[in-house]
Design a protein around this ligand. Sequence first.
Ligand code: BG6
Length: 507
Amino acid sequence: MKQKRMVVKCAEKTVEPVGLIIFGASGDLTSRKLIPSIFSLYKKENMNRNFFLMGCARTPLSDEKFREKVRSSIEKTNTKNVKELKSFSERCYYTDGNYDDNNFYNTLKQKIQDLMKKFSIKDIILYLATPPVVYPVVVEKLGENRFCKDGQGSYRIVVEKPYGYDLDSAKQLDKKFRKYFQEEQIYRIDHYLGKETVQNILMFRFANGIFEPLWNRQYIDHVQVTISESLGLGHRAGYFNRSGIIRDMFQNHMMQMLSLAAMEPPISFEADHVRDEKVKLLNSIRPYPIHEIGKWMVRSQYSKGTIDEQTVPGYLEEEDIPKTSETETFLATKLFIDNWRWQGVPFYMRTGKRLPKKVSEIIIVFKRIPYSMFKPGTGDDINPNILVIKVQPDEGIILTVQAKSPGAKFCMDEISLKFDYKEHFGIDFPDAYERLLLDVMLGDQTLFWRSDGVFASWSLITPVLQAWEKNEKQNCPCSLSFYKAGEWGSKESIDLIQRDKREWLVL
Ligand code: BG6
C-alpha cells in the first residue's frame, strides 16, 4: 500500500483584537521580552493588528516618551528600520501612578474605556510584570475597581512567577486572585512552556506510535533532567537570595519538564485535559522522606571558579549578597513517581547557576540488553540506548544506538541518530514569550499553570523548605555543600547518583 507522507498540519485559530495593559512597564521584563515579542507578533501578523498597549509604572512619562522607549527596546533586538515600528508604537500609551492609589486605577480605567471605544476592542489583557511583592495590592485594586468584569468585554490576567513563596503563600495569593477573577481568566506564566522544544515533548511522545510502548518501567532504567546555566545572578541578587534555585527553577521549570516527560496521555490537547494529566503526575511524586532529606536532595552554593577561561567570583562575593548567605545556587535530587508506569524508576534532576555551560535536556536511559551474544568481543558491557530531548541549545532529539563499525573486524561502535530542529526547519525559534502572549490573546490556557498544579508542586517542596529552615543552624543532612564555579555541582550531588551506580550525563 502506498502511504501518503505527512504534510505540515496546523491548528488555525482567529485572534481577536485586544488591549494589553502592562503593569511594570519600566521593568526589564517589559523592555527585553514583552515589547519585542508583541512587536514580533504584530510584524508577522500573528496577532490582530487592531490592538492597543498601555504601559503602567510609577515613573511619570508622556505617551510620546513611552513610545520612544518602546521603539528603542524593539531596535535593541536587531529589528532596525522596520516599517511597522511607527504604526506599532502609535498604538502604545502610558499611565503612571502608585499601585495602591485608587486615583491611578480610575484614570487608567477611563483611558482604557476610551481606547476600547476608539478601536472597537472588547478584550483586555492585564499583565503583571511588576515585582511579585506588589501582586496582592494590584489584584485587590483591579478587583475593587472592577477591572475583572464590567459587563462589556472580557478581562484576562497574566501573572509571572514566582506564584507564592511556599504552599501557604501561594494559596493566599490565589485566594486574592480568585476573589475577583475566575480560573479561566488567570494565566500563570512559566516561560519554559513557551519553548518550542518543550512543546514538542508532547507531540514527540503522543503523535508517534513507537515511543509510548517503551515509555515505562519495563524498558526505562532511569530518567535525568538537567537545566544548567553558566551565568550567575546578573542584577537579581535581592530576588535570588530570597528564592534560591529551588524556588527559582525547581518548583516551576523543572517540574514542568518532568511532568511533560512522565505524564499519561491526555484525552485531547484541550487545556484542561493536558493540565489534568500534569497535576495527576505531580501528585504522584513520592513525598520526600524529610528525616533523611540529604540523601534525596543536595543543595549547594558556588564558590570562586573559572568559566570559559574567565575567573568568576563566588556567590558570597557577588554584589548585594550577604556574606553569610546560605542560599543554594544548585540543587540535585532523586525522586520517584508512585504509579504503575514509573514504579521503581528513579528520576535524577539537577539545576544550577555557574555550571560549565547552558543546557536544558531530558535524558531517558533505557535498560541494558538482557544478554550479549557479542560477548567475546565486547564483553557484557554494551551501553544502553539513550534518548535525549535537547530543549536548548542545539535543540533536537538524539537516540544513541550500537552499530557495527566498518571494516573486516567485528567491532561495535555507539552512534547517534539525530534530529536537529534548526537544521531541519531552517528557522530561528520565536521567543517563548511570543508563543505565550499569543496564547493569552487566543484565550488558550494549555501552556499555563493551573492553580492545582502550582499547589501540587509547592506541596512537594514546602516540607523540604521547612526542614532546611529549621535545620539551618544545626549540622543536619541537608546542610549546604559547595562547588567551584565552572564545575558540574558539588561532590555530594555526584555521590547522590553514584550511590545508585549511575552517572550524570550531558549529551
Ligand atoms: C528564569 C529564572 O525563570 O529562568 C532565571 O528566574 C533563569 O534565574 C531563567 O536564568 C532561565 O531561562 P532560560 O530561558 O534562559 O533557560
